[in-house]
Structure formats: C-alpha cells, structure tokens
Design a protein around this ligand. Structure first.
Ligand code: PMM
Length: 286
C-alpha cells in the first residue's frame, strides 16, 4: 500500500514511524471549539502535558483565535499568552510548535524552546516572518491562506479548488525558500476551513495525494471544523457543536494517515492517536 509510505521528514524535528499527532493548546478566550478552557499559563501547560500523556507527539500552542470573523489580538497580549506556555512545555521535554502569524511571537517562542513555527498565513501576514524563521533555522508550516479571518469567507471562490490550492501553495513555498528557509524544513498544509466551504474542504481531503505531490511533508488540521459539522448535520438539521465532532475528526485522521500525511492537528488526542496507530498497523500488514 504505497500511499502509506514516504510521508517525509522535517529537518530539525524528530522522526516518527507513522503519521504524527499534533495536540492543540489554544491559550485564547475565544477559539471556536475550546476558547477559554486553557486560558491561563498553568492550565495551558497542564493541558499540553495531558495531551502528550494521551499520545500527542507534539503540541501546538496558539494565542490568537483564527475562527472566521475573529478580530486580532495585539502582539503584547499574544506574547503574554504564548511564551510562558511554550517555555513550560519545552522545559518538560515536549516538542512544541507555536501557532502565530507574528514574527515577533515566533522569534520569542523559538527562543523559549519552540521547535516548529506554524503560521496559518504561510508568512503572508507579517513581512518579517520569513526572515525571522530563516535566521532561526526553524522548521516552518506553510498553510494555504487567502486573507485574515474577517474577510476569509468571501474569498472561498474557486474554479478547481485542489488545483488552485496546490498552485498557491507552490508559489508560497517558492517565496519562503527564496526568503531563506531551507526546503527541508518546510511542512505544507491545505488550510481546511480557511477561505474554503465544506465542499472545498472535502475535495482537498479527497485529494491529499495531489498535495503530497508538492514533495513536502503534509499537515492536515481538520479537527472539529465546520465542514465536519456540515457532514454530520445531514439535510436541514443543525450541525452538532464543535466538541461533538471528535469521532468525525478521528475518521479524518485515519484517512489522512492512510493518504500519507506527516501529521494531523487535533484537539482531542486519544481517538486520533488510536487512528494513526491503526493506519500504521494496516501499513505494516500490506
Ligand atoms: N487551523 C486553526 C489554527 N491553526 N494551523 C494549521 N497549520 N492548520 C490549520 O488548519 C489551523 C491551524 C484553526 O483552528 P483552531 O481554532 O481549532 O485552532
């Protein structure tokens, strides 16, 4: 089953023999599925450690909600939320990723021990991001992005979503490499839910092979997103709330692992940790 092989490695990060599990710690009052739950340094560090105990391979720490329509926090507040949590988790030996669109936050987080910079704008939101990541020699997630949360729903217009996301990601990768980031350190991400409707998200999940063809490890972040609510709602019914979408998320994790994703980013780790291990076992039996 060749699709399961060759998920790629990222220079500067550990290697796993299966799709890795990235657990999410949102240190925010307003993220769409877990806002306010870990909004304090001690609670956030404890939650990150719990996720590792449940099977997370790395923990993604963010201090700014990117839900559609959200307004931005200022840099000082984002730093105050994120940096102590990164430092606390890194000190415990956790592989930490920092979820930020700000170069200043990325720089301080890396200094505090973050091993990976996860920028949902792929370096577009802050012109200093790519130079900072290049100078730090940090691995970098390049996500497909068309604009800030206030406006992204109006940008969800595609002729062929898979072809356009692939093309735009390739352009971003080229720009990031031209800016000095080593190609071996780049991870790509289709940006599910970012300037995409449910049909776009499903098409991208159905064609992860075309994203893999870009030649870099692939991160899939479907956890609890609107398209899963849409799938589960069926005709005319209201979608279940975000926190009731974890089984659906685990299904996407299994599908992503099977399609060769390098990692999946999830809020509820346990079910996804099982899903990627099952995918690994199936691969071993192929
Ligand atoms: N989605 C969210 C936040 N960070 N990072 C990456 N790389 N990819 C994503 O799709 C992504 C992300 C929004 O979801 P959240 O509010 O659950 O964190």
């Amino acid at each position: 089953m060749s699709t399961l092989r060759g998920r790629g490695t990222v220079q500067g990060l550990p290697e796993w023999d299966r799709c890795a599990v990235m657990g999410v710690v949102n240190v925010t009052p307003d993220s769409f599925s877990d806002g306010g739950r870990w909004f304090g340094t001690t609670a956030a560090i404890k939650h990150g450690l719990d996720l590792v105990a449940q099977g997370a391979d790395l923990v993604d720490v963010g201090g700014e909600s990117t839900r559609p329509g959200a307004s931005r926090v200022d840099a000082s507040e984002e730093l105050r939320r994120v940096v102590p949590v990164v430092r606390g988790l890194a000190a415990e030996g956790v592989t930490v990723s920092v979820d930020t669109m700000r170069a200043e936050v990325a720089e301080e987080a890396v200094a505090a021990g973050a091993a990976l910079v996860n920028d949902v704008s792929g370096g577009l939101a802050d012109p200093d991001m790519v130079p900072v990541v290049a100078a730090a020699g940090a691995p970098f997630v390049v996500m497909h992005w068309r604009g800030f949360s206030e406006s992204m729903n109006s940008r969800a217009v595609y002729g062929d979503v898979v072809a356009e996301v692939v093309r735009e990601l390739r352009e971003r990768m080229d720009a990031v490499v031209a800016g000095g980031v080593a190609p071996e350190r780049i991870v790509i991400d289709p940006g599910l839910g970012f300037a995409k409707d449910a049909g776009h998200d499903l098409a991208l999940v159905a064609h992860l092979d075309e994203l893999r063809a870009l030649g870099r490890p692939l991160l899939v972040a479907a956890s609890r997103k609107r398209f899963l609510g849409h799938v589960l709602a069926g005709d005319g019914a209201a979608p279940p709330p975000a926190r009731e979408r974890d089984a659906a998320t685990a299904a996407i994790s299994a599908l992503s692992a099977h399609a060769g994703a390098w990692a999946v980013r999830v809020h509820e780790v346990r079910a996804t940790a099982d899903a990627v291990r099952v995918a690994r076992a199936v691969e071993g039996a192929a």
